[in-house]
Write a protein that binds this ligand. Structure first.
Ligand code: NBP
Length: 479
């Protein structure tokens, strides 16, 4: 077979198919392969007119169809299938070729695969791709990790197919070596969980405390979407809330089971944060909230537990409360992004990736699920101060949170009084207050640990480690 394709995609389910079409529509010749050949045939039959596709029937044909250095994109189910595809294709490749894993891999798997393939001279490019099937087709946000050489060969093509931010720049950047791209994609998804949870809490408060209908709440979200909360998730929230179920005529949101799934990446964000010792409490609460929602038996058994009665607000009170909820949502959002960026900074430091946080914010401005006007502000904050230890240290965000905090606290008081669960808002405010605190009860914790386990403590007034002889005369000794 002639060497004709500039890039190849193996794994032609929704994501791979649409990404292959995106490359072809941008003028690249694209070799196609899928374990089950019918998918390859279907793609060519349905979309063959869109560009130069080179369908192939087996791995050897696929590899032979690619120009060198080969760019081989793998879009199969993450985990075992990715390893089996690598086992199948790597022996057919030559030094300098690239395997681009666009699946949702765990970054530790990506580090392992990159190390193994590096030994054979093959570049393994673990690449986060966000935007779902529409994004894959029209322009996703792309987070590639891997060698500098591989980005030189691949980057220009990724820049063509990626989403473009409002200023025209492509939503892709070389994140850093080995697993950095998949790490950043994982945290993106964790932040997405938090965003969705916070929006959900705002909705529930407007429903239960303000007494608004879903259609009215949709209007509120539409209005918020014209301001600083302007984002894809707020926009689709308004659409979902205004939708009526055709079968019953009821609001769609009232006929959907209130049980959500928590899949790999949200959970990984929290697990990785625990390993790195990074407090991502808002993200963790979002994962736990989904998990709680799925415990149907536990919820059924607890439904009769006592709680406060409803205290309906009048029209003016409800409108004032809605304005407070906007403040609480925005302030909580700043905190959850602060936590997510902290996690990326910690991963970058741990693994020596040197991730540019401003560049990460820039490529999330479009194409991905958390795309939002807000990300331009985050990019500007990191660009102005690349070593910014926390987004809350940015004057602009600190000022906005300062202005929001009274309303934020008032919303939590109202939620608690009326028994509306707001774990995301509450965790975000607790995080904020803990960071502000002059003294934390960790001093007491250290005292307890020293009491029962002689774990020692440090003093505020002298260097060194100390232990108090609790069971004896309570004298203090150097430890
Ligand atoms: P799926 O995750 O559903 O995977 C289906 C594809 O994997 C098919 O092409 C299938 O081939 C192939 N495959 C499997 Br399963 N086992 C295989 C094996 N042992 N060897 C070779 N091929 C195998 O597809 P998707 O939803 O298009 O997602 C693709 C990747 O993109 C996943 O890693 C996903 O996490 C990631 N992702 C998805 C989204 C999204 O919105 N869906 C967004 C971002 C990233 P077959 O046709 O022969 O069964």
């Amino acid at each position: 077979m002639a060497t004709t394709a500039q890039i190849g995609v193996t794994g032609l389910a929704v994501m791979g198919r649409n990404l292959a079409r995106n490359f072809a529509r941008k003028g690249y010749s694209v070799a196609l392969h899928n374990r089950t050949a019918a998918r390859t045939r279907e793609l060519v039959a349905q979309y063959g007119e869109e560009g130069a596709f080179v369908p192939t029937g087996n791995p050897a044909e696929f590899v032979a169809a690619l120009e060198r250095p080969r760019r081989l994109v793998v879009m199969v189910k993450a985990g075992g299938p990715t390893d089996s595809v690598i086992r199948e294709f790597a022996p057919l490749l030559e030094p300098g070729d690239m395997i681009v894993d666009g699946g949702n891999a765990h970054f530790a798997d990506t580090r392992r695969r990159e190390r193994e393939l590096r030994g054979r001279g093959i570049h393994f490019v673990g690449t986060g791709i966000s935007g779902g099937e529409e994004g894959a087709l029209h322009g996703p946000s792309i987070m590639p990790g891997g060698s500098v050489e591989s980005y030189a060969a691949l980057g220009p093509m990724l820049e063509e197919v990626a989403a473009k931010a409002a200023d025209g720049s492509p939503c892709v950047t070389h994140i850093g070596p080995d697993g950095s791209g998949h790490f950043v994609k994982t945290v993106h998804n964790g932040i997405e969980y938090a965003d969705m949870q916070l929006i959900g809490e705002a909705y529930q408060l407007l429903r239960d405390v303000a007494g608004y209908s879903p259609a009215r709440i949709a209007d509120v979200f539409r209005e918020w979407n014209t301001g600083r909360l302007d984002s894809y998730l707020v926009q689709i929230t308004a659409d979902v809330l205004s939708h009526r179920d055709a079968a019953t005529g009821k609001p769609f949101v009232d006929v959907v089971e209130d049980r959500a799934e928590q899949k790999g990446t949200g959970r990984w964000t929290v697990q990785i944060a625990l390993d790195l010792g990074v407090p991502v409490s808002s993200i963790a609460e979002a994962v736990f909230a989904r998990s709680l929602s799925g415990h149907a038996d536990l919820r059924a058994a607890s439904r009769a537990l006592p709680g406060p009665g409803a205290r309906p607000l009048d029209e003016a009170g409800a409108a004032a409360f809605a304005r407070q909820v906007e403040q609480a949502l925005y302030a909580s959002k700043i905190v959850s992004y602060t936590q997510g960026f902290h996690e990326i900074a910690a991963g970058s430091a741990e693994y020596g990736w040197d991730v540019d946080l401003g560049a990460v914010a820039a490529i999330w401005r479009n194409g991905c699920i958390i795309r939002a006007a807000f990300l331009d502000r985050i990019r500007a904050a990191y660009d102005a101060r690349p070593g910014l230890p926390s987004l809350l240290g940015d004057e602009g965000f600190a000022g906005e949170i300062g202005a929001a905090q009274d309303d934020w606290r008032a919303v939590l008081v109202a939620a608690t009084r009326q028994g509306v669960p707001v774990p995301g808002f509450a965790a975000a405010l607790a995080h904020y207050d803990a960071l502000r605190a002059e003294r934390l009860p960790a001093a007491l914790t250290q005292g307890q640990r020293d009491y029962f386990g002689a774990h020692t403590y440090r003093r505020v007034d002298r260097s060194g480690s100390f232990h108090t002889v609790w069971g004896g005369d309570r004298s203090e000794v150097d430890a």
